[in-house]
Write a protein that binds this ligand. Structure first.
Ligand code: ADP
Ligand code: MG
Length: 313
């Protein structure tokens, strides 16, 4: 199969079709219509085999995760995902692999009515780059820069599960932990609801401490986080001791949960907005005027444990 029949047979077979795609796959570029009153939010993320996922990861999971990490960035902006492009580098044109990859990719894309509108295919070590585009009503995007002293800090879901799975590859551990690593659920629904209320937001890809620190730097504030309030899954607490679970929740990456801030007088409003969403949210601390991130326990003594960390460079 040549490049063009691969595109026709696999990448141009998505169920979701959007009426705002004037020209999709097949020309030199795609053409999309942006409705008036909206801004385009654009993000891109690359997954490299052996760096961002273990080489033996199932192709359906790779397809899912490559899209999920991008939708997670759009969720953190409060955007509604709409279109993606895919630049795929593969060592060979393995049709079985491509078929499964597309199954994982399109299952998630269809669930969010996201259309694949173009891309590129090249030969080389396995690497997947997706560019995702979404819509936000003008001036409503969530940024990292709006947190104010006194704001309350929240996270969605539970933290540390994916980090635990990454540390226990090829071991027999709870499948729900492995799923958290391989099939993260982008918090698109919550991100959209936060438009009207969050003062700052970020998605947790590099660990809570690292990503919350980005909010603090961009907003020129500090924070106090009570580690006893961090949401830990029962599966994680069954798999490891509480100290290790906390260390993973604070430092390990790949959670793809949202961390966001809300002004203190909006607490009840937030609870109301987020009832009946697909995921819970937990209050974990408060923004301070004093710079720096202070981690403490319920009894106010300073956190003494290790923080599991990972840095690319
Ligand atoms: P060009 O040579 O003009 O860059 P290509 O031959 O690379 O175009 O691609 C032909 C068409 O197929 C383009 O519309 C391109 O966006 C699309 N395409 C290529 N690779 C992919 C892919 N992996 N997924 C989706 N669309 C793709
Ligand atoms: Mg061209």
């Amino acid at each position: 199969m040549n490049e063009f029949s691969l595109i026709r047979h696999y990448f141009a077979t998505q169920t979701t079709q959007r009426s705002d795609v004037t020209l999709g796959i097949g020309d030199d570029g795609a053409i999309i219509d942006i409705p008036s009153g909206y801004q385009l939010v654009i993000t891109t993320d690359t997954l490299v085999a052996g760096v961002h996922f273990p080489v033996n990861t199932q192709p359906t999971d790779i397809g899912h995760k490559a899209l999920a990490v991008n939708l997670s960035d759009l969720a953190a902006m409060g955007a509604t995902p709409a279109w993606v492009t895919l630049a795929l580098t593969m060592p060979s044109a393995d049709r079985l692999w491509i078929g499964h990859f597309c199954t994982g990719l399109f299952r998630l894309a269809d669930a969010h009515q996201v259309a694949l509108i173009g891309g590129d295919l090249t030969r080389g070590p396995l690497s997947i780059t997706i560019q995702a585009m979404g819509l936000i009503p003008t001036n409503q995007a969530l940024k990292r820069s709006g947190a104010k002293p006194g704001d309350l800090i929240y996270v969605t879901g539970t933290l540390g599960d994916a980090g635990y799975a990454l540390n226990h590859l090829n071991k027999s551990i709870d499948v729900s932990l492995i799923e958290r690593l391989n099939k993260p659920a982008p918090r698109v629904e919550i991100g959209k609801k936060l438009r009207r209320i969050a003062t700052a937001a970020i998605d947790i890809s590099d660990g809570l401490c690292a990503d919350l620190s980005h909010i603090l730097a961009a907003s020129q504030v500090g924070a106090r986080v009570n580690v006893d309030l961090l949401p830990l899954s029962k599966e994680l607490l069954k798999a490891t001791d509480r100290a290790s679970a906390l260390s993973l929740a604070l430092g390990a990456g790949d959670d793809y949960e949202l961390c966001f801030t809300v002004s203190a007088d909006q607490q009840e409003n937030l609870a109301r907005l987020l009832t009946n969403t697909d995921c819970n949210h937990s209050y974990i601390g408060t923004i301070t005027a004093e710079p720096g991130l202070v981690l403490h326990y319920d009894n106010h003594s300073l956190f003494q444990g290790a923080i599991h960390g990972y840095q690319h460079f």
